[in-house]
Design a binder for this molecule. Structure first.
Ligand code: KG4
Ligand code: ZN
Length: 365
């Protein structure tokens, strides 16, 4: 069976083609067009720009994916697309294309939850018999829009046990990076600077440790209030005063307002990153123990973070728990994970109706 999937839930346009047989699967093509540059100058994602770009990129990526897979669209056995959660006007593009192809070629259509794509992604590459190898696990999904702990008992059997009550972990990385004058997306920037930093220099809050839910807005505010005490002007304050340079140097062409202090920036990044990691690791391990599950999985953009992966691996092994992380190329948004979820679902007999609507607030559990 060959599945083609589209992912257009946010600012990435992606198409993947996956071939599966009874014993495994092979990724034939995976194309991703990032729109980061188009949105960066606005300081966030502009839905109208995202959907216009999906309309431009999706047909090109379909052609490129089919060429890479050496397959004609008529040879595809099922068409899938992300139907939520995400931006309505963006979701509509991918879902409409997949539905059109399914109707045109008389093949099944599968609407896939973006979060199911993330939570199954750690199993990509090792699955053999569909559901059989989907061992029960505590799944930590950490992305720009979501921070969730889900108990996975099998395909489609998901129980939400914790979620953020305010900002998602990736959102906190992005907002703090912005305060520090770093580029979007902030996670990779903060990770890069944190490598040279002291994670113990600033004692940022670890919120809601007694709960299965998460909260990161207090941490963001703590950074925000600390900066003036360090004589660093947060970037948005500078901008509101009509000063365009950031609190920290952006590049050689930037006129510096603050003395260049790489050590301070590195320590801030490392301390902030450690506060997030401590919370994510503690809650994930606690959930595995509470629900008596001996496997934890991590997925989503923030799970690219090498320090998070290292500390989650150490904590898991100290507690006799196995850790499976999505491969780094599968952590940020892509269509391969959507194709994989669609393949597992198609094999298990699931199919969606083409009248099924997209849902910006679609729940996974
Ligand atoms: O899963 P994703 O691509 O999109 C959503 O579904 O949200 O995640 C994007 C998020 C962004 O907030 C980005 O800053 C964060 O993942 N991210 C990271 C890293 N790489 C991406 N956060 C921390 N460390 C990283 N290395
Ligand atoms: Zn995502």
């Amino acid at each position: 069976m060959i599945v083609l999937a589209l992912e257009t839930s946010c600012d990435e346009t992606a198409v993947a083609i996956l071939r599966g047989d009874g014993s495994g699967h092979e990724l034939l093509a995976s194309e991703v067009a990032s729109q980061v540059a188009a949105h960066e100058k606005y300081g966030g994602i502009v839905p109208e720009i995202a959907s216009r770009n999906h309309l431009i990129f999706a047909p090109r990526l379909l052609d490129r994916a089919a060429a890479a897979a050496k397959a004609r669209l008529a040879q595809i056995d099922a068409f899938a697309a992300t139907t939520g959660p995400g931006l309505a006007s963006s979701l509509m593009i991918g879902a409409s294309i997949a539905k059109g192809l399914a109707i045109g070629f008389g093949k099944p259509y599968l609407g896939i939850n973006h979060l199911e794509g993330h939570l199954l992604s750690p199993f990509f590459g090792i699955e053999r018999d569909g559901d059989n190898n989907l061992k029960p696990n505590v799944s930590l999904i950490v992305s720009g829009g979501h921070t969730m702990l889900i108990i996975v008992r099998g395909l489609t059997n998901y129980q939400l046990v914790g979620r953020t009550v305010d900002d998602a972990a990736g959102e906190a990385f992005d907002k703090v990076a912005k305060m520090l004058g770093l580029r979007y997306p902030g996670g990779p920037e903060i990770e890069r600077h944190a490598r040279a930093g002291d994670p113990k220099r600033f004692d940022f809050p670890r919120s809601m440790l007694g709960s299965e839910n998460f909260s990161f807005s207090g941490l963001k505010t703590a950074v925000r209030y600390l900066l003036p005490k360090l004589h660093v002007i947060p970037s948005e304050v500078e901008e509101s005063r009509g000063i365009t340079t950031a609190g920290f140097p952006r590049g050689p062409s930037t006129q510096l307002r603050c003395p260049r202090d790489d050590k301070l920036l590195a320590d801030l990044c490392a301390s902030f990153q450690q506060a997030i990691i401590d919370v994510l690791v503690a809650k994930t391990i606690a959930a595995a123990q509470k629900y008596r599950v001996d496997l934890v999985t991590i997925s989503g953009g923030v799970s690219c973070n090498q320090e998070l992966r290292r500390q989650m691996r150490d904590a898991s092994s100290r507690n006799g728990i196995e850790l499976k992380s999505a491969e780094p190329w599968l952590c940020t948004d892509n269509a391969a994970m959507i194709a994989f979820a669609a393949l597992l679902r198609a094999r298990a007999g699931f199919e969606s109706h083409v009248t099924e609507e997209i849902d910006p607030n679609l729940k996974v559990a």
